[in-house]
Design a protein around this ligand. Structure first.
Ligand SMILES: Nc1nc2c(ncn2[C@@H]2O[C@H](COP(=O)(O)OP(=O)(O)OP(=O)(O)O)[C@@H](O)[C@H]2O)c(=O)[nH]1
Ligand SMILES: [Mg+2]
Length: 326
């Protein structure tokens, strides 16, 4: 476990943050994760070589921009004055608690490949932003005020990178992503997409992953706000889909607590409206995947399944959704 992480950034004269530097800072944030945030020190250096006003301006922009998420989550900002005293002050301020990076938890506890980690996806997002390849071809979202009580509304939730957006893309017939686009940004807000089928209008509500870069409280607030406002407009949910990657072979405590958050959000009374969906079967070793599925069904998912929830892999769910829920 790490006692701290110190990220240094040179605050030199008239320094403008390039897209590549922004991407590096964002990748760093993604590797730490907000749970590690209080052990992070964001340190600017080279103050003795900097022009005061420009440097102050750069400092303000970084603090209000790329570092904001970490600072809001408990990281501390420090200036390094190029002295031994200043260096020790920063280190001693860390205290001696120890934590793991989000990247370490993803790689070791969850068993993700490096390319599937949030930091890696963030890194490639930086590259795609540079080339203006970020998916601009998303279909238009639909506002709550445009919903009707006759819509079939389905809320889709899950862990980050589990495939919630991809699942909705498949349902609504979005074209397959290019390799670069497939590494696009994580969903940050709640977005609803409409799709007409069989004389009904389906609304699929996409949400940020519960373990994304935003804290779980922030995500819950966004989701509950959407649910509250739609409920006030007499909009009722037809179904709720919880998505999880079958290729994440172990089930760390973080995932258990995310699932608990999910079940308390739903309540067991609506369990029969819930589909627990596993994705990435096409990339999984079938035996290992089946084993993971059994562990989920007999363990963390059991009480919800006993209450009426159903487990499906993504292929059956596309059919199941059309038949069972609607
Ligand atoms: N091979 C394969 N890839 C998938 C599957 N589901 C999702 N993906 C890919 O996994 C990556 C992440 O999928 P997203 O749909 O963006 O995941 P998400 O849950 O919306 O992620 P956040 O918005 O970051 O929380 C994308 O590259 C998808 O194309 C699947 O069943 N099989
Ligand atoms: Mg998404």
């Amino acid at each position: 476990m790490l006692a701290g992480i110190i990220y240094t950034y040179p605050i030199i004269d008239a320094h403008l943050l390039s897209a590549a530097e922004l991407a590096t800072l964002q990748t760093f944030t993604a590797a730490c994760g907000y749970e590690m945030a209080d052990q992070v020190r964001l340190v600017t250096t080279m103050w003795d070589k900097a022009n005061g006003d420009c440097a102050k301006d750069t400092e303000d922009r970084i603090k209000a921009g790329v570092w904001k998420l970490l600072l809001d989550s408990g990281s501390r900002y420090e200036r390094f004055n190029n002295t031994q005293e200043s260096a020790w002050e920063i280190v001693l301020g860390l205290g001696d608690s120890r934590k793991a990076l989000l990247l370490q938890r993803e790689l070791v506890d969850i068993g993700r490949e490096l390319t599937q980690t949030i930091a890696s996806r963030q890194l490639f997002q930086g590259a795609t932003q540079d080339k203006s390849l970020l998916s601009n071809n998303r279909q238009p979202t639909i506002q709550i005020s445009e919903l009707s009580p006759t819509d079939v509304v389905i809320l889709v939730l899950g862990t980050t990178g589990s495939g919630t957006t991809n699942f909705i893309d498949k349902l609504t017939g979005m074209p397959p992503e290019s390799a670069m686009q497939s590494l696009r940004s994580c969903s940050m807000g709640v977005r609803a997409y409409a799709y007409n089928r069989g004389g009904k209008r389906f609304i699929f509500v996409d949400t940020p992953g519960f373990d994304s870069l935003q804290s779980r409280d922030v995500i819950l607030r966004k989701v509950t706000y959407w649910l509250e406002i739609s409920y006030r407009g007499s909009i009722r949910l037809t179904g709720i889909i919880y998505i999880r990657r079958i290729t994440d072979t172990s089930i760390p405590d973080m995932e258990l607590s995310i699932f608990q958050t999910f079940t308390s959000l739903c309540g067991e009374e609506v369990a029969d409206r819930v589909r627990l969906v596993t994705t990435m079967w096409d990339e999984a070793d079938t035996e290992t995947a089946k084993n993971t599925e059994e562990i989920l069904k007999a363990g963390p998912w059991k009480s919800f399944l006993d209450a009426g929830g159903l487990v499906m892999n993504d292929f059956t769910t596309l059919k199941g959704l059309r038949g069972t829920l609607c």
